[in-house]
Design a protein. Structure first.
Length: 279
């Protein structure tokens, strides 16, 4: 989904490998199960219903946009990155929501809400210093830059590991979501993915989106420990490796987004940006 992936093999997602595929409707219905089941195969009820850390990939060269800074591209009255961040704020609760028109302002369509819905907690954006971030949003960047999305995820996880958490705690949440700024509606998929993670029988490492027959590893909710082992084995961040080669080792559910398939739509060219802006 992220243009960074173009340098690997995952710009439009990976062909469906062996794994468990579930529908969005089934994932949504599992939200109530999160609170009804004491112990769930993959993730505890507390993990599934609590806050998740979020890594937003917003780097890359912008090659297919003529070198433009992708997170700073404006469409529907806001930057692509701002659509993502305000959408996450809307999922966190009305008090944090300040939504640009055409994006988080339609949060009601994004999926389920309520006690079992995900509550994005800390958010880290993997982006260079030139990309402005609102207060309260963490920043990370792989060193050296332009190491690809896998290196970006590793940098985001490292930043979260050292940042203060709820009630002053330090360390990552049990679950981490991965999304990209070039999919401005990607945040809408988090309730469905979170429900899938909390459903009985879900593979142990999390869930990611399935769109157009392709597994979208850059739109997923994962066990933080498992994700860290894949992107930074032995504590060393991988660089310049295909997303599928790294995250494909995770045991995850593949969630067909159905009516929410627009959440997996990425905008890599000016034509795609203009088409999305007109909708």
């Amino acid at each position: 989904m992220s243009e960074e992936a173009e340098e690997g093999d995952d710009a439009e997602g990976s062909p469906l490998p062996q794994g468990e595929a579930i529908g969005a409707a089934g994932a949504i219905s599992a939200i109530n199960d999160i609170n009804a089941v004491g112990t769930i195969d993959a993730v505890s009820a507390a993990d599934a219903a609590g806050a998740v850390d979020v890594v937003v990939l917003a780097g890359g060269t912008g090659r297919r946009l003529g070198g433009a800074s992708k997170p700073d591209v404006v469409a529907r009255g806001a930057r692509l990155l701002d659509h993502v961040l305000t959408g996450l704020a809307a999922l966190s609760g009305p008090s944090r929501s300040s939504c640009p028109a055409g994006s988080a302002g339609r949060v009601g369509r994004s999926g389920p809400s309520g006690a079992g819905a995900p509550r994005p907690g800390r958010v880290v954006v993997v982006a260079p210093e030139r990309v402005a971030l609102p207060p309260g949003v963490l920043r990370a960047l792989e060193d050296p830059p332009l190491g690809g999305p896998v290196a970006g995820i590793a940098a985001g996880l490292a930043r979260l590991a050292e940042a203060p958490g709820p009630a002053g705690s330090v360390g990552p949440a049990a679950l981490t979501a991965v999304i990209t700024c070039d999919a401005p509606e990607s945040w809408r998929a988090l309730p469905v993915l979170m429900a899938a993670v909390g459903s009985p029988g879900c593979p142990g490492d999390g869930a990611c989106a399935l769109a157009g027959g392709h597994v979208q590893y850059l739109l997923g909710v994962y066990r933080t420990a498992a994700l860290t082992r894949c992107v930074a084995p032995d504590g060393l961040a991988l660089r310049d490796v295909p997303v599928r080669g790294a995250l494909g080792r995770l045991a995850v559910a593949h969630v067909d987004l159905g009516e929410l398939r627009a959440a997996a739509r990425d905008l890599d060219t000016w034509e795609e940006v203009r088409a999305w802006a007109r909708e």
